[in-house]
Design a protein around this ligand. Structure first.
Ligand SMILES: *[C@@H]1O[C@H](CO)[C@@H](O)[C@H](O)[C@H]1NC(C)=O
Ligand SMILES: *[C@@H]1O[C@H](CO)[C@@H](O)[C@H](O)[C@H]1NC(C)=O
Ligand SMILES: *[C@@H]1O[C@H](CO)[C@@H](O)[C@H](O)[C@H]1NC(C)=O
Ligand SMILES: *[C@@H]1O[C@H](CO)[C@@H](O)[C@H](O)[C@H]1NC(C)=O
Ligand SMILES: *[C@@H]1O[C@H](CO)[C@@H](O)[C@H](O)[C@H]1NC(C)=O
Ligand SMILES: *[C@@H]1O[C@H](CO)[C@@H](O)[C@H](O)[C@H]1NC(C)=O
Length: 913
């Protein structure tokens, strides 16, 4: 019996907090928690918003695909040959690494008639499954690649000769090297000519193995047992070359990353757990015990959670190992989501290699214990571990004891590791929490590059690919993450299946079902002003005052680097103050009285707020005739008093610099065309904004009667210290207001999914538009929605004791005197409470199903905390099937005595709290 470590407690709390939100048979109280959690995550959660969004069509990305060929999901960069090898469905390509549109070679590998027929006889689809998906591409030597394909559910491998780009044509059995099923996850890595893989060994995909194929030695594999691997989903494997650096003479290790179904947690349904496992490269298997099996297979839990919010990311999707010169400088990056995908959060966690090594070399083992006859539980092993340490690689100490290979390991050690492959200690992330949390995206891929900025510091730049074809580029600055940009890499909204980075070509390569895309790692040239370049906080980019351009620092000779302006905290005050845009540069806009004028304004930064000024004073949304939408300004029914100077300013908050930076983006001079006519046209004004046709009508009106009258009065610019720049509209007199439809189109924010969450975009928020349209139904709906949200937030915050005394009194009244006596500990006990509900301390016999009982207990626990205050929640907007079903009728208090007892380890004999 030991105390839970803090991290364990946090994690486990989360494990049992989240599921109660997603199980469907829940009462209204759960909705409150769900909304509360989302509110809490969105208010307290450190989720980030990309500063800049680049659309696919705005960038000249290099793309490759061939007609009739799909699933370009296997990529391999060759340093030697300057090539990118691509494994697709029934084809392998050699593309130029510098430019993937250049195809140097291609070879096809199709499935013959007989295997195809066999495959379809087994019930697989001939068009989809019974083809040859190339899934393994590994370098054997300078002349050859090792290639494996699913080959109609009969995986095969072959050698590809690079000289003439042809397959040997003597296919080998690919079982255990490549998956049978093209959609099943798996991983391989080639180390010194030996192929390490994690995949399924059978047609059904039900027998997972981690194995090593070697031309010289016999196959080494995992034991077929759920304590070794339990329905794993492999994501990554790589070697860490520790050997040459270690004084103790331990050899290199291969690390595997996967998500599997946990054995150590009691849970109703499958609880997924992210894992790191490792084997030693020198492993030869045991002599009697563990013959031809790994003697060094150990695995541990990877933790990626937000402890302060009880939120756990328990599915790992991809891992990138950022290798340092020394293995101790290695950092492992992983992208995670939650098993309960509806929460819509993705996270990046980083792990210190030293911490991983520590867990494997010193961590406690877990063991299976039988409780209550048939029931087994995993608990910490507290007995004496045999020597040498089970699962350890052969080191100098063992060699002194005449154990020079795993074949000499004593049976006691081998038997122990066979039964105890799971370590109890988890691998905790650097900083105990995620590096990056993003809302409303599912990250699928990650690569990281170390960049030395001009301040001399090294920054890890994190590139994450999403299931919608978008790439995020983030940098961690003094512990806070900043998403520099989001890039729509793929034309269509499809998943990024593979992502590689080459520092040499300064490119990223993304593989998807429809093709391969190459993108530069930085788009410095697209930042047109010094402010923009500096506020981007991109460690690759700096402003060159000499050429007045934002440049990639790699392109600048080292002696000139000192002259560049870069500030990773986004302090744009370092920029030279540019001579501002003067009023004579303002665009003239002339309209008829009563018609409308639209003044576009392009704001590139999602972190900036737009501020419109008229005659030097700030326009507020309350201004009668001005509707701020899409950053542009639409002036309905222009009256004589509306004439004057209009300016679009961007105010960008740079948190790391602690300052606001204001910039003039566009200026207009609005004048009326005096000979007015047909005022009935003003009727258009009340039509909806989102109708493009209507807007265009206004534009036509605006453009039709162009009067070049200039406003002659010299108007002084407001005294802003920031530099001034005109980005958006063309300045020629003849091209007056562009059609408003185009002003809507050129907003990059429209496109990428994230941006709609940025707080400053209220004006573009559909909710806001509804309000402006004076649509009373919509208003009512909105009011109801916000009221419900408010209630939920109130209830939640009351429950969490964030609110002052009156609420607490109400809460006390609702909870009854017993609970109120323990108020201060309530929150601390919540974890124990969840733990208890999950470890069947509760009498479940009165409930029909396990699932139901878990839910009901939670519901009860929650209902006790005052959630009954908002029963309308359920009757309102939320579809009943989500929360219907099991009626929360049993109002019996959830009677767990939450005294200040510590939370104990999951052992049945110990009371929880
Ligand atoms: C292969 O690509 C096709 C076409 O995009 C897609 O429908 C299918 O799901 C992909 N299959 C796999 C196994 O990725
Ligand atoms: C990893 O941990 C070790 C020991 O605690 C420390 O010396 C090292 O700087 C850490 N590395 C990183 C990248 O955090
Ligand atoms: C190791 O083997 C050598 C030679 O076989 C033997 O002389 C020595 O005593 C052995 N040492 C141990 C610790 O068993
Ligand atoms: C993320 O993936 C889950 C499960 O596949 C899906 O339900 C959800 O809609 C996705 N979220 C986003 C923002 O794409
Ligand atoms: C701006 O100033 C001009 C001249 O001083 C005035 O006629 C006009 O009504 C003002 N416009 C606004 C919108 O304040
Ligand atoms: C920065 O600008 C925003 C938006 O205009 C404003 O709300 C905020 O108070 C400003 N912050 C400071 C420190 O000036």
């Amino acid at each position: 019996m030991h105390q839970y470590s803090l991290a364990d407690a946090m994690t486990d709390k989360g494990n049992f907090t989240v599921p109660k939100l997603s199980e469907s048979n829940m009462g209204f109280g759960v909705l409150g928690v769900f909304l509360g959690l989302l509110l809490e995550v969105s208010t307290h959660g450190p989720h980030a918003v990309p500063r800049t969004s680049w659309r696919h069509q705005d960038l000249d990305l290099m793309e490759f695909s061939e007609p009739e060929i799909f699933n370009y999901s296997t990529l391999l960069l060759s340093e030697k040959r300057d090539a990118l090898y691509v494994g697709a469905r029934e084809a392998i390509f050699e593309l130029s690494k510098k430019n993937v549109t250049v195809k140097n070679n291609k070879v096809q590998w199709t499935v013959a008639e007989i295997p195809m027929v066999m495959c379809s006889l087994k019930g697989k689809s001939k068009e989809r499954d019974c083809l040859n998906y190339i899934r393994v591409l590994q370098v054997v030597d300078d002349e050859r690649l090792y290639v494996c394909g699913t080959h109609a559910f009969q995986p095969q491998c072959d050698y590809l000769n690079l000289a003439d780009f042809s397959l040997d044509g003597r296919p080998e059995d690919g079982r255990g090297k490549c998956s049978f099923d093209p959609s099943q996850s798996f991983t391989t890595v080639m180390v010194d000519g030996e192929l390490y893989s994690g995949t399924a060994y059978n047609f059904l995909g039900s027998e997972p193995i981690i194995s090593r194929y070697s031309p010289s030695q016999s196959l080494l594999r995992t034991e077929y047992s759920t304590s070794w691997l339990n329905e794993p989903s492999f994501v990554f494997a790589d070697v860490i070359s520790e050997g040459s650096n270690r004084v103790d003479g331990e050899d290199d290790k291969i690390y595997y990353f996967f998500t599997e179904v946990s054995v150590e947690y009691e849970f109703f349904g499958k609880l997924l757990i992210p894992r790191v496992a490792r084997v030693c490269k020198g492993d030869l298997g045991g002599q009697r015990t563990l013959q031809k099996k790994w003697t060094s297979f150990l695995k541990a839990k990877l933790v990626c959670s937000m402890p302060e919010l009880n939120f756990v990311f328990n599915v790992v999707h991809d891992v990138f190992i950022l290798k340092g010169a020394d293995w101790r400088d290695t950092v492992i990056y992983g992208v995670f989501t939650s098993q309960w995908g509806n929460v819509g959060l993705s996270a990046v966690c980083a792990y210190n290699m030293t911490a991983v090594e520590e867990v494997f070399s010193k961590g406690k083992y877990m063991q299976k214990a039988t409780v209550e006859q048939s029931h087994t539980k995993w608990v910490r092993y507290n007995g004496i571990t045999p020597s040498p340490r089970p699962g350890a690689c052969i080191n100098n100490l063992m060699r002194q004891q005449n154990i020079s290979s795993s074949l000499h390991l004593p049976d006691k050690t081998l038997q122990f590791v066979k039964d105890h492959p799971l370590l109890e200690d988890p691998v905790l992330p650097i900083g105990n929490g995620p590096r990056l949390i993003t809302k409303d995206v599912n990250y699928t891929q990650i690569v990281v590059e170390r960049v030395r900025a001009l301040d001399g510091n090294i920054y890890d730049v994190i590139f994450t690919g999403t299931d919608k074809g978008v790439l995020h580029k983030s940098v961690v600055y003094e512990g806070d993450v900043h998403i520099v940009e989001e890039i729509q890499l793929l034309k269509n909204s499809e998943s990024i299946k593979n992502l590689l980075l080459s520092s040499e070509t300064r490119s990223l390569y993304a593989g998807s079902d429809s093709g391969v895309v190459q993108s530069p790692t930085a788009f410095c040239g697209r930042y047109r002003s010094c402010d923009d370049c500096v506020l981007a906080r991109d460690p690759y980019c700096a402003w060159d005052p000499h050429t007045a351009a934002c440049v990639n620092t790699v392109d600048v000779p080292s002696q000139r680097l000192r002259k560049l302006i870069q500030s990773l905290n986004g302090d744009a005050d370092k920029c030279p103050s540019a001579s501002g845009l003067s009023v004579k540069d303002y665009q003239r806009v002339t309209v008829k009285p009563g018609s409308s004028a639209e003044l576009p304004c392009l704001v590139r930064s999602n972190l900036a707020q737009v501020m419109w000024k008229s005659n030097g004073s700030v326009l507020t949304e309350a201004s009668r005739f001005h509707l701020i939408a899409e950053n542009g300004l639409l002036i309905y029914s222009v009256a004589p008093e509306d004439q004057g100077r209009y300016e679009c300013w961007s105010v960008e908050w740079a948190p790391a610099a602690g300052k606001n930076f204001s910039r003039l983006l566009a200026g207009y001079v609005l004048t009326l065309n005096v000979p007015a006519r047909a005022p009935h046209q003003a009727g258009h004004v009340t039509t909806t904004l989102d109708s493009q046709e209507t807007s265009s009508t206004h534009a036509a009106e605006g453009n039709g009667k162009t009067d070049r009258a200039l406003l002659t009065s010299a108007l002084a610019l407001p005294s802003f210290t920031a530099t001034v720049q005109l980005t958006s509209p063309p300045q020629t007199d003849s091209s007056l207001t562009p059609p408003p439809s185009s002003t809507i189109k050129f907003q990059p924010k429209q496109l990428l999914p994230l941006s709609s969450n940025t707080p400053h975009q209220d004006s573009r928020d559909p909710a806001a538009e509804y309000l402006q349209h004076n649509n009373s139904t919509a208003l009512l709906f909105l009011f109801l929605l916000f009221f419900l949200l408010f209630l939920a937030a109130l209830a939640y915050n009351c429950y969490m004791q964030y609110l002052p005394a009156p609420c607490l009194r109400l809460r006390a009244a609702l909870l009854g005197s017993h609970k109120s006596a323990h108020q201060p500990e309530y929150r601390a006990c919540e974890g124990g409470l969840m733990e208890a509900s999950a470890t069947d301390k509760i009498n479940m016999t009165e409930q029909p199903t396990q699932n139901g009982s878990q839910t009901t207990q939670n519901v009860k626990a929650l209902r006790d905390t005052g959630y009954e205050t908002e029963p309308e929640c359920g009757n309102g907007r939320i579809p009943s099937h989500t929360f219907g079903g099991d009626s929360p009728s049993q109002e019996k208090p959830f009677d767990v005595d939450c005294e200040s007892q510590p939370i104990q380890f999951a052992d049945a004999d110990e009371p929880y709290c």
